[in-house]
Write a protein that binds this ligand. Sequence first.
Ligand SMILES: Nc1ncnc2c1ncn2[C@@H]1O[C@H](COP(=O)(O)OP(=O)(O)OP(=O)(O)O)[C@@H](O)[C@H]1O
Length: 242
Amino acid sequence: MTMRAPSEELPIVFDGVTVAAGPVTILDGISLTLLPGSPTVLIGPNGSGKSTLLRMAMGLLAPTRGRVTWGGRENVPPLKRAIVFQRPAMLRRSAAANIRFALRAASIARAEHARRTSELLELVGLAHLADRAARRLSGGEQQRLALARALARDPAVLFLDEPTASLDPVATKAVEDIIRAVSERNIKVVMATHDLGEARRLAGDIVMLHRGRIVETGASASFFDRPQTAEAKTFLAGELLV
Ligand SMILES: Nc1ncnc2c1ncn2[C@@H]1O[C@H](COP(=O)(O)OP(=O)(O)OP(=O)(O)O)[C@@H](O)[C@H]1O
């Protein structure tokens, strides 16, 4: 994986975006700009709309009202964006073959596959498990393989939905280290978590959601030290935000 030049995918701009499913409003009037730079972390209680926002930013879901643009354009196909879901599905083949599949899907020239596969396995610390059946890997290893697969297309933006939700501290640290390495290579990371410790460790800026609305945004340091809204103060105090 090489250092990326500034991308045409960014900024990603949400302009008055509402998403409704029948009578249920899932996102409500979201205006947000995702800029190049350090990771943007979406936080908020369960059901606040984090996953839905990530899917829209990836381009998997269209707004009911408002619009989303990538580098000033609408309907940009997600060739340079990638997403890792909370419980990624592994193909029934080896770790290396899972990556080769992703390289093929991204139309990477066949001559590149062997080199890219080793590079990606190395990056996520799975080189020694290249031939292991992916479904036999531990939860943490599977999550790292999912990251490698997502990186196969050399994305400019990487969306992560609760990437460490069911992992222990050692596995969590391994995933967080990869996220830092990815971010240092100028890939924009946008991730959802409800782990405040993780948000504090990784975020350059925070977007806090509650009931489908943005309640507060800001640089990570000021958000954690001086939250402005009652909702953010409650959430940071570890009290239940309902
Ligand atoms: N297709 C749908 N139809 C109806 N309701 C939906 C649909 N998709 C999502 N929702 C609801 O929208 C709300 C936001 O969901 P979303 O998954 O985006 O939240 P989240 O913040 O990622 O939550 P979690 O932390 O639990 O993953 C939830 O109440 C969810 O049940």
